[in-house]
Design a protein around this ligand. Structure first.
Ligand code: ABF
Length: 234
């Protein structure tokens, strides 16, 4: 199988394109992180290039999104220069039936949370494998922590019943460092009964910058699936 015929890749492309098609001319667009959103950024760039889309400006949620936006010719701005975001497109690691999310597999959840919550319309792009009945079923909650507070934060999350693990980089050569210069602790909970409260509790631990639970934020979830070998979006 080549990359061009890989059904999973084709499905991510299709979801990304469906999200990119929701962007209207004149919009301020939050540009998310991850392999699915990368296709949305690519298609937004292609729509701009063809002239079908005009006068849009992007707000990147990560260095990765910034690099991709530049590659595909999307003009960028910062939150200092705008007073709202019309639409944000971003991926997720888990989605529950209430559209609550766990994000942060790419260690970008802090900026993602700022941008996604500011958007009038937040579109989540995922594959069907990300849907869960209850958050925390599979994925750990990523928690961005300032480096000097890693040990006390790990103790504090263990007291809450979580199993913390400092996220390591490729070949475990060192910890993953976020775009803000911090570290990420992945905290696995057996089950998250109350994501609203857990989000607040985690963020109240001194040294925690932001965690990857997103509640009451997503407006629409575009779900990609492979049916009979063909990519579909619902
Ligand atoms: C970001 O990218 C994250 O918050 C999430 O962890 C991840 C999803 O990436 P992918 O689309 O590659 O699964 O949006």
């Amino acid at each position: 199988m080549t990359a061009a015929t890989d059904p999973v890749k084709l499905m991510k492309q299709k979801v990304g394109k469906a999200a990119a098609d929701l962007v209207k001319s004149g919009s301020i667009v939050g540009l998310g992180t991850g392999s699915t959103t990368a296709f949305a950024i690519q298609y937004i760039g292609e729509r701009l290039k063809s002239g079908e889309l005009k006068d849009i400006v992007g707000v990147p949620t990560s260095f990765q999104a910034e690099v991709l936006a530049k590659e595909y010719g999307i003009p960028l701005t910062t939150l200092d220069a705008i007073d709202h975001i019309d639409i944000a497109i971003d991926g997720a690691d888990e989605v529950d039936p209430q559209k609550n999310l766990i994000k942060g597999g790419g260690a970008a959840h802090t900026r993602e949370k700022v941008v996604d919550y500011l958007a009038d319309q937040f579109i989540v792009v995922v594959d069907g494998g990300k849907l869960v009945d209850r958050l925390g079923s599979v994925f750990a909650v990523p928690v961005e922590v300032i480096p000097m507070a890693v040990t006390p934060v790990m103790r504090a999350v263990a007291k809450l019943g979580g199993k913390p693990e400092l996220r390591m980089g490729v070949k475990k050569a060192g910890p993953v460092i976020t775009d803000q210069g911090n570290m990420v602790i992945d905290v696995k909970f057996d089950s998250i009964d109350d994501p609203v409260n857990l989000e607040k509790t985690l963020n109240n631990i001194p040294g925690v910058l932001e965690n990857g639970i997103f509640v009451n934020c997503a407006d629409r979830v575009l779900i990609g699936e492979v049916k009979d070998g063909q990519p579909v979006v619902r």
